[in-house]
Write a new protein. Structure first.
Length: 285
């Protein structure tokens, strides 16, 4: 899909569907980011109007209108330019992210485990971000939250934001697979070393931009290997973002011929990855 096709898929309410039908927050944000990068301000403005109406009273966003709980999609909205979304709405999104943490790192969870007679887990419970409030933290939502907060941190000084970013990055490093890369967030499962996934490996590397060390080097090697045989458009684009974040994207990188962007999110991410490869990273500036 091209930018023109992306515009043609916009719903009458201003939002975008995944493929067709009702508007959802995730594809709407990705479409707006791609349109802003391409200079298509009119269609982006209609999408931004839909997003403003969809913001919940707690400052976050639900996956679509009609759902009464904010979730991980708030991180995506917070990646949009502050001036485009509106200063107050953007600040509320950042505040929501700052107050969100995985269930396993809360005092209530630790107290419950103690009352049940369960011993402490190996190592400290480092706070990541969950997909939905009240659930455990995972690699995907943690990476997206870090990207949003890190972008905000470069724009303005906010009490506690740097510590929260650093804690989130520590969470990612602790959840890395032994030989590099990331899956949903489990290092070991059922007694076996867990294997990495291409999409979450790319997302984690993007969030760990500027981080150095052996774990990053191993993960970059894993990401480059994934890139050579990846058949998912979403995963391929996240791998590109992750490698670009560390200056490790192969110069001759090009998607396989059979790779096809079938959804609005995949198309938008592909356009944004092309933009990032040209030196204009919407996730970082």
């Amino acid at each position: 899909m091209s930018i023109e096709t992306l515009i043609s898929k916009q719903n009458s309410d201003g939002g975008w569907p995944y493929v067709r039908g009702k508007s959802w927050t995730e594809p709407t944000v990705y479409a707006i980011m791609a349109l802003l990068a391409a200079g298509e301000k009119e269609a982006a403005a209609r999408g931004l109007q839909w997003l403003r109406k969809a913001q919940r009273s707690d400052g976050g966003w639900a996956p679509q209108t009609g759902i009464d709980e904010s979730n991980w999609t708030t991180s995506l909205v917070a990646l949009l330019p502050r001036e485009a979304l509106g200063a107050q709405r953007h600040a509320a999104a950042i505040e929501w992210l700052m107050g969100m943490t995985g269930r396993e790192s809360t005092f209530e969870f630790a107290l419950r485990e103690w009352l049940l007679g369960n011993g402490p887990q190996d190592g400290p419970r480092i706070a990541g971000w969950p997909w939905i409030p009240g659930s455990a933290a995972w690699v995907g939502p943690t990476a997206l939250a870090i990207l949003a907060l890190d972008k905000e941190d470069r724009r303005r000084s906010l009490v506690g934001i740097r510590q929260r970013i650093d804690t989130g990055r520590t969470f990612l490093l602790q959840r890395a697979c032994v030989d590099g890369g990331w899956n949903h967030g489990s290092v070991r499962a059922l007694g076996y070393e867990s294997k990495p996934y291409p999409d979450t490996t790319g997302m984690a590397l993007a969030a760990l931009r500027g981080t150095r060390g052996p774990q990053i080097d191993r993960s970059l090697s894993v990401a480059r290997e994934f890139l050579t045989h990846c058949r998912s458009a979403d995963a391929h684009n996240w791998l590109r973002f992750g490698l670009l974040a560390h200056g490790g994207l192969p110069a001759a990188c090009c998607p396989p011929r059979e790779l096809c962007c079938r959804t609005i999110s995949e198309t938008s991410l592909d356009l944004l990855a092309n933009d990032a490869a040209a030196g204009r990273g919407s996730f970082w500036c």
